[in-house]
Design a binder for this molecule. Structure first.
Ligand SMILES: Cc1cc2nc3c(=O)[nH]c(=O)nc-3n(C[C@H](O)[C@H](O)[C@H](O)COP(=O)(O)O)c2cc1C
Length: 168
């Protein structure tokens, strides 16, 4: 184990340390006023509050899609199931249409809803907070679904197969 106390952290090493925290993987989608759709892979999702029901995720400030997303009043967070692993790189890549081959229906505020996820949270944009090189985006959950599908897990830059579960 290595303890690092410098204020001038090495970015690659700090990212590696942050990546030791295992997460799920989500795809956040929204519909723009002009009808375009945006979708972004994000593992920074977290539940925030029960009353009111709030969730958050963080978007890189210089990301192409941030200004677009800020035009939308609603967004949906899709918790990916294990068998949706291919969607994670698809919604993180500069492909012409990230929704190509993805089956969607229309949610609140016209948000594209992806079928077959572990959970889906349809949100109204609640607030944003600038936080360094990211923006924290908080949504109020207006409607949600969930299933027993095994989750997609992300750890240390790799996707993991769902491990043994211990009940708490
Ligand atoms: C597993 C995974 C998790 C990611 N999590 C985030 C995240 O939480 N926030 C973020 O800004 N980018 C995250 N990214 C990167 C974005 O998906 C990627 O930069 C995407 O291109 C941003 O969309 P844009 O280019 O349309 O703005 C993640 C990528 C992967 C593969």
């Amino acid at each position: 184990m290595e303890t690092i106390l410098d204020t001038e952290f090495d970015a690659r090493d700090l990212r590696k340390a942050f990546g030791r925290f295992a997460t799920g993987v989500t795809v956040v989608t929204a519909a723009l006023p002009d009808g375009r759709r945006v979708g972004i892979t994000a593992n920074s999702f977290t539940s925030v509050s029960m009353s009111p029901p709030l969730v958050s995720w963080n978007y890189r400030r210089d990301a192409f899609g941030l200004a677009l997303l800020m035009q939308a009043s609603h967004f949906a967070v899709h918790v990916l199931a294990e068998d949706q692993m291919h969607l994670s790189p698809q919604f993180a890549s500069p492909v012409p249409d990230r929704f190509a081959g993805v089956s969607v229906s229309e949610g609140l505020g016209g948000v594209p809803l992806i079928d077959g996820c572990g959970a889906t949270f349809e949100c109204r944009l609640w607030s944003t907070f600038e936080a360094g090189d990211h923006v924290i985006i908080v949504g109020e959950v207006l409607r949600y679904t969930h299933s027993d599908a095994p989750p997609l897990v992300f750890h240390a830059g790799s996707y993991l197969q769902w491990p043994r579960a211990w009940h708490v």
